[in-house]
Structure formats: structure tokens, C-alpha cells
Write a protein that binds this ligand. Structure first.
Ligand SMILES: [Zn+2]
Ligand SMILES: [Zn+2]
Length: 221
């Protein structure tokens, strides 16, 4: 444990340790707290100041790992220009936009592993509705549908986010990978962390779905 914290824990804390440091690793001894792998010398790492039982010190993450899993820390580090805290400030580092992109892609991958469709709370306030193109408000409830995307010779269903009010329209599209049939059943099963009331009100907001050409009595031809 102690060997992973570069500044010796027993040492009295320096008067002003910045909450974040962004630098090229000064040795190959630190380990990334996100992926648990070694951080090679020279590779960009983000130090997050932690006060633990042994004192104050930095826990390190590969910058890209931090972007994937703790973007809030990265945002904060960039806002405070954490590279200026490095003993040898790195000559090059990615822009915050690039790191947000890394985060978005990681998030998409995580979501692809979940079952589509589902309801969720918008975590960032940065994503745009894939139907109408408007930004979705942070904390608002949104719907995740599937979209058929062609990869070479294969089609894959990727998760896309839409406003509840945009669901019906999105489902009319040819590349929509989520069907109205069984939609309610699926979202009730797949939406984690939402209450029954939230799910009910979302279903109400979504309203009538297209497709339903004879889904109840008349079997489809
Ligand atoms: Zn890592
Ligand atoms: Zn929309």
C-alpha cells in the first residue's frame, strides 16, 4: 500500500498540497487506482490528493483511466490547471474536450452491456437527444433506445439517448432497434434505480407508440 503512494506517508504534509496534480510519471513505481496496472514512467497520470490514515498523499490514475471512470476529478483538475502543480510540468496533455470524449465512449461501452431499452437519469447535462438534437438537462429522466449501426458486414444495436417525448418519433425511424412491442415490460425490468412512479410518469410522457398495427388481438401478418 505505502509503496504505491509516492510521497512517503510518514513525512509531514507539505504546507500546501494541491488537490490535483497532472504530470508524466516520474518513475514506473506508481500504480493506477482505476485499472490497478503499473503507470509507466513518462505516462500522464493524475494525482488525487487523499487524506488517509497514514497522512496526506496522492493516489494516482492513468489520465485516460481517470477520464473514463472519474471525469469529475478530471474536470476539477483541469479547472485548477493541475499540470502547473507538477515538479516538471508535462509539455503535452490532452484537452478537456478530448477527455470528455474518452469518457463518453467508455460510458457508451458500459451501456452497451446493459439491456436496451431502459430509463435513466441524465448524469451530465451534456448529451444531446439523438432524435431532436437538443441538450438533455442534467438530472432529467431520459430514455435509452437501440439504434442499428452497421459495422462492416455486421449490424450492432447501440444505445442512444432520447427525450421521453421523442421516443415515438424515434421508433418510426428505419434504423430504430427498439420495438414498441414489449417496450413497457422491458423498461420496467431494465430501469435500475428509478421508482415505479418515475417509470409510470415517463411512460405517460412517452405516450402512444407507433407500430402497434394489431399487436393486441390481430396477430401481425
Ligand atoms: Zn489505469
Ligand atoms: Zn428530443
Amino acid at each position: 500500500m505505502a509503496s504505491e503512494v509516492p510521497s512517503p506517508p510518514a513525512k509531514a504534509p507539505e504546507p500546501e498540497l494541491a488537490p490535483y496534480v497532472l504530470e508524466g510519471a516520474r518513475s514506473s513505481r506508481s500504480k493506477c487506482k482505476s485499472c490497478r496496472k503499473k503507470i509507466d514512467k513518462g505516462v500522464l497520470r493524475l494525482g488525487v490528493l487523499i487524506e488517509g490514515p497514514y497522512g496526506i498523499g496522492y493516489l494516482w490514475h492513468h489520465l485516460t483511466c481517470a477520464a473514463k471512470r472519474r471525469l469529475d476529478d478530471v474536470e476539477e483538475a483541469y479547472a485548477t490547471e493541475a499540470w502547473k502543480q507538477a515538479k516538471e510540468p508535462p509539455e503535452e496533455y490532452p484537452t478537456i474536450e478530448e477527455l470528455r470524449k474518452v469518457n463518453e465512449e467508455a460510458e457508451e461501452k458500459r451501456q452497451a452491456r446493459k439491456q436496451i431499452p431502459w430509463f435513466e437519469v441524465d448524469p451530465s447535462g451534456r448529451a444531446k437527444c439523438k432524435n431532436c438534437g437538443d441538450i438533455m438537462e442534467k438530472g432529467s429522466l431520459r430514455v435509452v433506445l437501440g439504434r442499428e449501426v452497421e459495422f462492416g458486414t455486421q449490424y450492432r444495436t447501440m444505445p442512444i439517448h432520447v427525450h421521453p417525448a421523442c421516443v415515438a418519433e424515434e421508433m418510426e425511424k428505419a434504423d430504430c432497434g427498439t420495438e414498441a412491442d414489449g417496450f413497457e415490460h422491458s423498461v420496467r425490468q431494465n430501469s435500475q434505480g428509478l421508482s415505479e412512479e418515475q417509470i409510470d410518469s415517463l411512460l405517460k410522457e412517452i405516450g402512444e407508440l407507433p407500430e402497434s398495427e394489431g399487436d393486441d388481438d390481430a396477430p401481425p401478418l
